[in-house]
Design a protein around this ligand. Structure first.
Ligand code: MBD
Ligand code: FE
Length: 254
């Protein structure tokens, strides 16, 4: 007997029973739903479907345990072994991607700079693929780690990612469309920020004015208006200013 299993499963069962009652789900609908879930699992899409609807809730649980910048979805394409880069993430010339300068500062909850924090950044190509995952794009492209300087600042040059379509042809896509929704995420750049003694942060920066910002099929933090970075250019280069606040790992939950 596990108290934790009992607690979690009883709460989920209670919640689902309540929803089934509220919406007066019929026996036919119930059987159809079981068949749909079974097909989803057989097609290997159960993790995707669960993530689309529920991952953000887990992220918020983790967020409630510390102050500072709130984390966002990690997504399925993080790879831990990205190289350290010197001011520039490797991109492929053939794409002629629009240049973007990602910069900002990492501070603690007292506003003091956090030096030597590692930002691990990953993003899509200008045609919406992730290296090491799609199309044999070399794994050291579109991914890179940088460290903050003494004053907590960091800067890295890359190219603009584009909106990303989650697998649309399967059961998850069909379900979203049946709900009047869609299978798109807005363009985003992922970050993991780590520094010993601080809560790690996993976030995404979104491009203000971009398609699907605020209408993310995966309910990322842009749907709450967070981490949507104002449009700003310097010499025709889009600037993404992402300032991050790290909470001490020893701080108690708020
Ligand atoms: C992505 O690139 C992503 O970041 C998430 C959260 C889900 C699917 C694809
Ligand atoms: Fe992503």
């Amino acid at each position: 007997m596990s108290d934790r299993v009992k607690e979690v499963v009883e709460a989920i069962v209670g919640g689902v029973r309540g929803a089934l009652a509220d919406t007066r789900v019929t026996a036919d609908e119930y059987r159809a739903a079981i068949g749909y879930l079974q097909e989803t699992a057989q097609n290997g899409e159960l993790p995707l479907m669960i993530d689309v609807f529920f991952n953000i809730a887990i992220v918020e649980n983790e967020n409630s345990m510390h102050a500072g910048t709130q984390s966002d979805l990690q997504g399925p394409y993080y790879l831990p072994d990205a190289p350290f880069v010197d001011g520039e993430i490797k991109t492929m010339d053939e794409f002629e991607g629009k240049p973007v300068l990602v910069r900002g500062t990492v501070t603690d909850t007292d506003g003091q700079p956090v030096a030597d924090a590692v930002l691990d950044i990953w993003q899509s190509t200008p045609d919406g693929k992730y290296s090491g995952i799609h199309d044999d794009i070399p794994v050291d492209y579109y991914r890179g780690k940088v460290r903050t300087a003494e004053d907590g600042s960091y800067t890295v040059r890359t190219t603009e990612p584009v909106p990303y379509q989650i697998p649309a042809q399967g059961k998850t896509g069909a379900l979203l469309r049946a709900m009047g929704s869609h299978t798109w995420r807005p363009a985003h750049i992922h970050f993991k920020v780590n520094k010993e003694g601080y809560h790690p942060i996993t976030l995404q920066a979104y491009f203000e004015g971009g398609d699907y910002v605020g209408d993310d099929c995966c309910s990322g933090k842009c749907n709450q208006g967070q981490n949507v970075i104002p449009e700003k250019y310097e010499d025709d280069v889009r600037i993404m200013e992402v300032d991050i606040v790290m909470d001490s790992a020893s701080a108690q939950a708020a």
